[in-house]
Write a protein that binds this ligand. Structure first.
Ligand SMILES: NCC(=O)CCC(=O)O
Ligand SMILES: [Zn+2]
Ligand SMILES: [Zn+2]
Length: 347
């Protein structure tokens, strides 16, 4: 009778030993765990001082008037909110071709900066810098009267005047107390123009520059445009935002912006562009990588949860952790208030 011989044990075949306890599972993240200070909360500031308006396409989010900001933010700051990004929503202000309202002293974000700096001196104040909320045509730059040679229904952007105008607005926000300015327009040359503007104003050492370096022409901005009233009146933004297939162009934009003086680089949207987040962390390893889980991504996660496809908290964690895993250390997220609670709870 031949003797039974057990096959040699393969010690590398067993993985479950390392994940059977919640603490063990948390150690599998290579030290990249979600923390409250990673989150920046996007806030819409209305020019109606008493506004507290529900945004139907962006569930749970509102447009806030100046008089409501303290009541809204104080409990969040108490729970550990570290940063916000402000978007101005001029509902009543006049719009013109160069977006003059963007840096008018009465514009809602400038007023909000003064107020928030007083109310919450520890809160980091980032401001989105773009013209689209303030221009009559809804585009992010200054338009040329020349037709676009590629498409008659598309704008032609005047590069140099647009970058200069955007720099002017960014400097006005820095003067009003912004700790960080974040240009989202995707105009060539704007990072350099803003950095030089901040330097000339003596503000470059106390205002960070976060570039939306890799901003794709995405279908996921719909609810935001509704929230901020910034949909273009004709054409679209495909001539200045990146095409979704453009991985190499995104790498070039990331490298260019780091050379032009950006302090932080951002990828946007986040979930369909995890490869770009990973590229950003790899190609600009000496800059923090941020990503923006944009309005449409947020609305999708919420809608799926409402349909019972998954739990809201579970999917908010899974999507956000995927961004951190890909290389992001800063997350702009409409889920920020929930995470301030969730991260206190037992995981
Ligand atoms: N500059 C901000 C956007 O363009 C959109 C963000 C979002 O959809 O949440
Ligand atoms: Zn814009
Ligand atoms: Zn924008």
């Amino acid at each position: 009778m031949s003797e039974f011989k057990a096959p040699p044990l393969d010690v590398s075949s067993i993985l479950h030993g390392g994940i059977h306890h919640p603490t063990l599972r948390s150690w599998q993240s290579n030290g990249r765990n979600l923390t409250k200070s990673m989150f920046i909360y996007p806030i819409f500031i209305s020019d109606d001082p008493d506004a507290e308006e529900v945004i139907t396409s962006l569930p749970g989010q509102k447009r806030w008037g100046l008089n409501k900001l303290e009541g809204f933010l104080a409990p969040l700051v108490k729970k550990g909110l570290k940063g916000v990004i402000l978007f101005g929503v001029p509902m009543k202000m006049e719009k013109d071709a160069r977006g003059s309202a963007a840096d008018d002293p009465s514009t809602p974000v400038i007023q909000a900066l003064h107020l928030l700096a007083k109310l919450f001196p520890q809160l980091m104040l980032t401001v989105d810098v773009c013209l689209c909320e303030y221009t009559s045509h809804g585009h992010c730059g200054i338009l040329s009267s020349l037709p676009n040679p590629g498409h008659s229904n598309q704008p032609t952007i005047e590069m140099e005047p647009s970058a200069q105008r955007i720099a002017e607005v960014a400097v006005a926000y820095a003067k009003a107390g912004a700790h960080c300015v974040a240009p989202s327009d995707m105009m060539d040359g704007r990072i350099r123009a803003i950095k030089l503007g901040l330097m000339h104003a003596g503000l470059a050492n106390r205002c960070a520059l976060m570039s939306y370096s890799a901003k794709f022409a995405s279908g996921l901005y719909g609810p935001f445009r509704d929230a901020a009233g910034s949909a273009p009146s004709f054409g679209n933004r495909k001539c200045y935002q990146l095409p979704p297939n453009a991985r190499s162009l995104a790498r070039r934009a990331i490298q260019r912006d780091s050379r032009e003086g950006a302090d932080i680089l951002m990828v946007k949207p986040a979930l369909p562009y995890l490869d770009i987040i990973s590229d950003c962390a790899q190609y600009a390893p000496d800059h923090p990588t941020a990503c923006y889980q944009v309005s449409g991504e947020y609305a999708m996660v919420v809608a799926g949860a409402e349909k019972g496809i998954y739990g809201l908290r579970e999917m908010a964690f899974e999507t956000t952790e995927s961004m951190v895993r890909a290389g992001a250390s800063i997350i702009l997220s409409y889920f920020t208030p929930q995470f301030l609670d969730w991260l206190d709870e037992e995981q």
